[in-house]
Design a protein around this ligand. Sequence first.
Ligand SMILES: *Cc1c(COP(=O)(O)O)cnc(C)c1O
Length: 392
Amino acid sequence: MKKAYYGNFGGQFLPESAMFALNELENAFFKFSQQKKFKNELKRLLKSYVGRPTPLYFAKNLSRIYGHEIYLKREDLNHTGAHKINNAIAQALLAKKMGKKKIIAETGAGQHGLATATAAALLGLECEIYMGAIDVQRQALNVYKMELLGARVNAVENGLKTLKEATTAAIQTWVNDIERLFYVVGSVVGPYPYPMMVAHFQSVIGAECKIALKKLNKKPDYILAAVGGGSNAAGIFNAFIKDESVKLIGIEAGGLGIATPYHAATLSKGKTGIIHGMKTKVLQDDLGNILPVHSISAGLDYPGVGPMHAHLFESKRVRYEAISDDECMKALKLLCKKEGIIPAIESAHALAFLEKLCPTLKKKSVIVVNLSGRGDKDIQTIREYKKGTIYG
Ligand SMILES: *Cc1c(COP(=O)(O)O)cnc(C)c1O
């Protein structure tokens, strides 16, 4: 099997004109990511700029409620508020080493756009962000932040005007100006080498988590992470994947329920297909048209998923479950009230699975939840929840 594949999934499904750039990127990644100078520079930025290592926090109150030992990996404490910066800053650094002057990126809720704009400002790169026109309206604050950081935000007016269309527009722009641009992909998606590269840059989450648990003399029984494209999950799973005694669970967006058309549960309900340069599980109709997706969480609202997750799903190494908007919002409020932490709505999907998992466990277990981001960006959505405006 080619290294570009995870089992039956992955590959490079882009026009011939993009192959040169993908090869160039693959070579640059292997060259620089193994260089001591690059590694030290990245390590320094992750420490002094991003704020790593992030704590592994023992959630005492949550543990008491659920009757198990629950730890939170605090990616919400990163600069810009989520795990996305780990990858954005690493790719921007790689772009700089490759001599590129300009980076572009897609964004849905705006978190990856914000992280990329931040990295561009830091490293002195020009930056342009592609964002669906509806998301531009919904996430006005993030748009303003990106502009404040010096990036240009392009509103994409095609189709449903959300993340899928923004990604398509970013790919097109890149393919048309491939020598000059570096495309910073925001999750473990897209054509090879992106899924492998993003997983590598996010693996710092799991590596830190493993060290922190070891210091506490603990072995995890379960690790939970929300899955949109799958990068925070890939990041924390990576350190534990070889140890079959650690059970890994990815949580998808169940929206209004996976029996309805209003969800983004790609692995629960998708079929094998091609999207954004990769072969993976895709939410599609019988003709292969990509279906509209729906979730209260803009960061999970994507009809595809990283190819490694499609493979981990098929090989059954990782279990994938869907959590509905209502279940997620209940868990979000519980964390606010009991631990004093406002999580991102994406992360609250992973938290919500505790409610289902814990009562089924026979022995007292150690459970780690990857708290991928903080809820500041979601305050308006949380306020409007149940007022009938979020699905308008
Ligand atoms: C973007 C985002 C996600 C989903 O993306 P993955 O690539 O699946 O990690 C999850 N949580 C937060 C806070 C995000 O910003």
